[in-house]
Design a protein around this ligand. Structure first.
Ligand code: OGA
Ligand code: NI
Length: 356
């Protein structure tokens, strides 16, 4: 008798099977332990991208100041969360729509067609989620596709056309990220190419993460992605018009609603470590609160240094009153830590923080 071929399950196929309640392995604990609120105007800063390259020195210094403030999450008097929304970024609306439509096409492929993109290890070029009901972990209500898109571009070759769209979109987001990093450097009083040079970003990693959150019968009991920070320097996120992202700030979860066509930008781990904590990695999670019976999709692109680059507080941010607050770790190790802690309350930064 031929061996039975295991039937692969995704969260999407589970959702489509018409469950009336979630399997217990999806039930998250402590979901209601902190207050969830809608942000007041100004809590999530808006950055007008063209001002970053303005020839008017007054505009320029104002936007650099705004950007610096957007990256800091200080004491309780600090009003903004460490996320900002980027408008007038120049990425065509049609390209943003095409990439989301194409990704929907990817998730709609049959599980057999997607099998070749499974991957085994966090550093594999292409990986995708497969649900394993036997594992002891608490599952997230999402399917994902993750690819490394820089310095080499790796991407599935189906559905037709998506690879080219992804190449174009990731090229555009890289340009935006590099320009933002120039502004971030200047906001710290450093020369514009500081991060690019100090961290060899030409050979750095680009990570593409597409998330699909299928309709869920009990969204209040589960999570799309558990609280975490992102590996990399900055993450650029878009969604398909359905909200779900929340950012932790001063002990409360802030719901994030992006203006149409804006990019949501999160500060990521390595910017916190290199700046010795001056700028802070955003603790965030993906909930299913938006429209529980609709399919939400999001796409996160994060650029950072190459896997063997050791990340530690840079000398510019260390002095007698600011001793190093983080231990050194390679970027590759950050990816491993992220995977290992995807279902725990501990973020990768908790491992490297030194209690001074
Ligand atoms: C991520 C992430 C948030 C979202 O992919 O790292 O945080 O809203 N996504 O989907
Ligand atoms: Ni994230």
């Amino acid at each position: 008798m031929a061996a039975a071929v295991p039937i692969e399950i995704t969260v999407k196929s589970l959702s489509e099977s018409g469950l009336k309640s979630i399997p217990s392995c999806f039930a998250s604990k402590n979901l209601q332990d902190l207050e969830v609120i809608d942000p007041q105007e100004g809590t999530i800063p808006i950055i007008d991208f063209p001002l970053l390259t303005s020839s008017d020195p007054q505009h320029m210094s104002k936007i650099i100041q705004d950007l610096g403030r957007a990256c800091e999450d200080g004491d309780s008097s600090c009003t903004n969360v460490v996320e900002f929304q980027l408008i007038n970024h120049g990425i065509p609306e049609s390209l943003m729509k095409n990439i989301m439509d194409g990704l929907k096409g990817f998730f709609d492929l049959s599980n057999e067609e997607k099998t070749e993109f499974q991957g085994n290890h966090v550093m594999d070029h292409i990986t995708r989620s497969v649900f394993n009901a036997d594992s002891k972990k608490v599952h997230c209500c999402r399917d994902f596709l993750k690819c490394f898109v820089h310095s080499e571009f790796h991407f599935p070759n189906k559905p037709a056309g998506l690879r080219d769209t992804a190449f174009e979109y990731t090229g555009e987001t890289r340009e935006v990220t590099m320009e933002l990093l120039k502004g971030v450097s200047e906001s710290l009083g450093l020369e514009p190419n500081y991060f690019s040079k100090a961290l060899d970003l030409d050979s750095g990693l680009g990570r593409f993460i597409a998330n699909l959150y299928p309709p869920c019968p009990q969204p209040e009991l589960t999570m799309g992605i558990h609280p975490h920070t992102d590996p990399g320097l900055l993450t650029i996120l878009i969604e398909n018009g359905i909200s779900g992202l929340q950012i932790l700030h001063n002990g409360k979860w802030f719901r994030v609603y992006a203006p149409p066509n804006a990019l949501m930008v999160n500060i990521a781990d390595q910017l916190e470590v290199v700046t010795n904590g001056k700028y802070k990695g955003a603790i965030h999670r993906a909930t299913l609160y938006g429209k529980a019976m609709a399919t939400r999709m999001s796409l996160a692109i994060a650029y950072g240094p190459c896997p063997d680059k050791v990340i530690r507080p840079a000398s510019e941010f260390v002095n007698e009153s600011h001793p190093p607050a983080y231990t050194a770790l390679t970027c590759g190790e950050y990816y491993e830590l992220h995977l290992a802690n995807a279902y725990s309350k501990i973020t990768a930064l908790d491992y490297v923080r030194i209690q001074n």
